[in-house]
Design a protein around this ligand. Sequence first.
Ligand code: CO8
Length: 262
Amino acid sequence: MTDTYDTLLIERHEEGYAVVTLNRPEALNALNSALFADLAAFLDVVEHDDSVRCLILTGSGDKAFAAGADIKEMADQSYAQMYKANFFSHGHDRITRFRKPIIAAVNGFALGGGCELAMLCDFIVASDRAKFGQPEINLGVAPGIGGSQRLTRLVGKSKAMDMVLTARMMDAAEAERSGLASRVVPHETLMEEVRKIAAKIAGHSPLAVMANKEMVEAALETTLTQGVQFERRLFHSLFAFDDQKEGMAAFVEKRKPVFTGR
Ligand code: CO8
């Protein structure tokens, strides 16, 4: 397996996770079609690779996670070109179909498409230097990779309106306070902290991890009653797996469980 991409750096770790680094530092990791194609291709590769049970997504360099969609690539596009290519929908949809957890390690600017990409991940751990924003209005446009919807669900209407209409940036502390980031850590220890989180997730039963992710995702798409019913049925189904027997037996026997993903 080569794991070689023009726009991504891939690092696999024996604890069961991989670090995916957006690697266009000269453009503050701006997201272009090639990058989304690479990311979709890598997700295809690791979706069925049992040695990778969690991903970390981060940006190269010290300044940005991603400073947005690539403005230079978009600037001269016509409506017909955008419509025909269904611009960025493939990348967006591929990420939403990915069944293993993705942690966004936001190491600097996460603006426009960069903020949207971070929100497409399962949760965001921010460096204390991170800055989040949806500044598309400055360019005469608007969010286009789900930002108006996901930001509103995460931080509520008032803050989302404030962000998209004024283009102001949120710092890491406000992002955590508002529910956009799950944790803020010192910039210098961001990757160390996120690696620990990824290793912890990778150590759980991969089936239980998948089910937990699926349940929380359902909360955004269903009524409470439907969501609780979905959770209950999925909970019951976990009793079909060896990992449930092992997890509960290990607790009773006061030992560490050995999960096999079966
Ligand atoms: N696209 C392309 N290039 C970029 C981008 C970008 N989004 N952001 C930065 N760069 C490039 C700069 O052009 C510059 O390149 P060069 O050296 O060749 O001039 C290099 O990165 C460094 O950037 P700066 O010199 O500007 O660095 P500063 O530290 O001065 O500023 C900022 C950092 C504040 C992050 C600044 O770069 C900035 O404002 N960037 C643009 C932020 C932005 O507007 N993002 C939103 C983009 S639009 C978007 O994301 C829409 C998403 C929806 C797409 C939907 C499709 C369906």
